[in-house]
Design a protein around this ligand. Structure first.
Ligand code: PLP
Length: 434
C-alpha cells in the first residue's frame, strides 16, 4: 500500500518526505521539536471561504460561525474573523481568548448546556452578540443579569428536533433525550419560547439545533430543517411572533481515512437551502437568517501532528507497537471513543505501508493508543510519525496528564511560518502550584 494523501494540502516531496502546505514535515520536526501540532492556515482560509461563498450564493442571509471548541487559541480567532466568520463559543475561557485576540464581541455566540450566572454576567458585560440558551434556568439568569447590569440580551433557543443522525452515540446531540436543549416533540420547546417572550430584557431572535457530528449525508440537516421550519411556523401561529434566525449547528464530516470521501460542502448547503426555501413556501413565511456552525470541517484537515518514533517493539507471535513521544495527552480521541486516524512515517512517505502495528503513546495507561492494527511504513528509530487530520479536537482536548508539556502549535502559510502556541515548559506546569 502506498501513502494516500487525504487532503489537497498534503504532499510528498522529492526526498520522499511528507509535506503539509508545501513544507517538509521532517524538517519542521527538527526545527520545532516533537510532539508538534501543525496547522495549515491557508487550508483553514480555504475551507472558511467555501462556507462563506456558499452562504452568499444559496441563502438570502446566512452566517457561518466557527465552532471554536474544535480549536481555540488567539490566532485562530483572528484568522476566523479575517475569513469572515463569527465565533461559536462554549465557555468564558473561549470568549476571553477571542476577545484577547481582538475578535468583535458582537460576532460571538455563547453556547453551553450549563452556563453559570457568573458566566452569563461575564458574557453580557463584554457585549457578546448572542446567547444560545439551553434551558429555562438560563433564561431566568440571563434576565436577572440584564436587570443587574442594565443591559439587553439577544437570545437564540436551543431545541432538539428529535433526530438520530446515525452517527456515534457520544457525538449524537439532536435526539429528544439529549442533554442539550429542549424538545419540540414534548411541547416543552413551545413553553420555552413563551417563557422567553415574557422577559422584558431579552429579545428572542431564533432557534438553534445541532444534529450531530461527522455527517456526510445532508439528510439529518434536511430533516432538521423540516422540523425547525414547522416550529417557526407554529410559533408564529400560536404566539404571533416571528423567529428570525434558524441556526442548524455544525457537524459536517471530514475525511479521516482513505476509504472515506471528501465532503462536498457546496452540495450539502445547496440541498439544505432548497429545503428551507421549500418550507418557506409551504408555510408562507419569509426565509430566516440561516446560521451554520462548522468546527471540525474548517480546521481538521489543516492539522497534522508530528511525533518522533522512540522504539518499535515486536512481541513475537502477537503484534508490534510503534512508540511515539506523545499520545493521549495531546490527542485523547482514540482513547476516548476509538476515533480513526491515518498515520504514516513522514521520512518514508513514498515507501510501502507494509508494517502492521499499534501506534502507542507514552502515557502510563495501556489504553494510551493513537491507533491499533494499522498498516504503516516500517520506521527506523528517530523517524517522524505523522498523524493526519488532527486540526480539530486535538489541541483543544489536550491535557497535561503525566505532567507532559503541551506541544507547540505552528501555523503554516505559503509565505510564512509562525508560532500559534508556544511549547509549554516545566515552569508552566507548576505555575499554579502553591
Ligand atoms: C460541537 C458543536 C459544533 C461543531 O461541530 P463540528 O462537528 O465540529 O462541526 C457546532 N455547534 C454545536 C452546538 C456544537 O456542540
Amino acid at each position: 500500500m502506498k501513502t494516500v494523501l487525504l487532503h489537497d494540502n498534503y504532499g510528498i516531496n522529492e526526498e520522499g518526505h511528507f509535506t503539509v502546505c508545501g513544507y517538509d514535515t521532517v524538517k519542521l520536526a527538527k526545527e520545532y521539536g516533537t510532539p508538534l501540532y501543525l496547522l495549515d492556515a491557508d487550508k483553514v482560509r480555504k475551507m472558511a471561504g467555501i462556507y462563506t461563498e456558499c452562504a452568499k450564493k444559496y441563502f438570502k442571509n446566512a452566517k457561518i460561525l466557527f465552532a471554536s471548541k474544535a480549536l481555540s487559541f488567539k490566532k485562530i480567532y483572528k484568522l476566523a474573523e479575517s475569513a469572515g466568520l463569527c465565533a461559536d463559543t462554549v465557555s468564558p475561557g473561549e470568549i476571553y481568548t477571542a476577545l484577547e485576540a481582538g475578535f468583535d464581541p458582537k460576532k460571538i455566540y455563547f453556547h453551553g448546556n450549563n452556563k453559570t450566572y457568573e458566566e452569563i454576567e461575564y458574557a453580557l458585560s463584554n457585549g457578546i452578540g448572542y446567547f444560545v440558551a439551553d434551558n429555562e434556568v438560563e433564561i431566568e439568569n440571563i434576565e436577572a443579569a440584564c436587570v443587574k447590569l442594565s443591559k439587553k440580551a439577544d437570545v437564540i433557543l436551543r431545541v432538539t428536533p428529535g433526530i438520530d443522525p446515525h452517527t456515534h452515540e457520544k457525538i449524537a446531540t439532536g435526539k429528544v433525550d439529549s442533554k442539550f436543549g429542549v424538545a419540540i416533540e414534548t411541547g416543552q420547546a413551545m413553553e420555552f419560547v413563551r417563557r422567553t417572550l415574557s422577559k422584558k430584557n431579552i429579545t428572542l431572535c431564533g432557534i438553534h439545533c445541532h444534529v450531530g457530528s461527522q455527517s456526510f449525508d445532508p439528510q439529518p440537516f434536511l430533516d432538521a430543517a423540516d422540523i425547525m421550519m414547522k416550529f417557526i411556523y407554529d410559533v408564529k401561529k400560536e404566539c404571533g411572533y416571528t423567529l428570525e434566525i434558524l441556526n442548524l449547528g455544525g457537524g459536517f464530516g471530514v475525511r479521516y481515512l482513505p476509504e472515506q470521501t471528501n465532503l462536498d460542502i457546496e452540495y450539502m448547503l445547496k440541498e439544505i437551502s432548497a429545503r428551507i426555501k421549500a418550507n418557506c413556501e409551504k408555510y408562507g413565511i419569509d426565509e430566516p437568517e440561516v446560521c451554520f456552525e462548522p468546527g471540525r470541517s474548517i480546521v481538521a484537515a489543516a492539522g497534522v501532528t508530528l511525533y518522533t518514533v522512540g522504539n518499535v517493539k515486536t512481541i513475537t507471535g502477537y503484534k508490534s507497537y510503534i512508540s511515539i513521544d506523545g499520545g493521549m495527552a495531546d490527542n485523547p480521541r482514540y482513547a476516548l471513543y476509538k476515533a480513526p486516524y491515518y498515520c504514516l512515517i513522514a521520512d518514508k512517505a513514498d515507501k510501502d505501508m507494509d508494517f502492521r502495528a499499534d501506534v502507542a503513546g507514552r502515557c502510563c495507561e495501556s489504553g494510551d493508543l493513537i491507533q491499533e492494527n494499522v498498516f504503516i511504513q516500517k520506521p527506523d528509530i528517530g523517524d517522524v510519525l505523522a498523524v493526519c487530520v488532527t486540526g480539530a479536537y486535538n489541541y483543544s482536548m489536550s491535557s497535561n496528564y503525566n505532567r507532559l508539556c503541551k506541544p507547540a502549535l505552528v501555523m503554516l502559510s505559503k509565505d510564512k511560518v509562525e508560532i500559534g502556541v508556544k511549547r509549554e515548559t516545566f515552569e508552566d506546569l507548576v505555575r499554579n502550584d502553591e
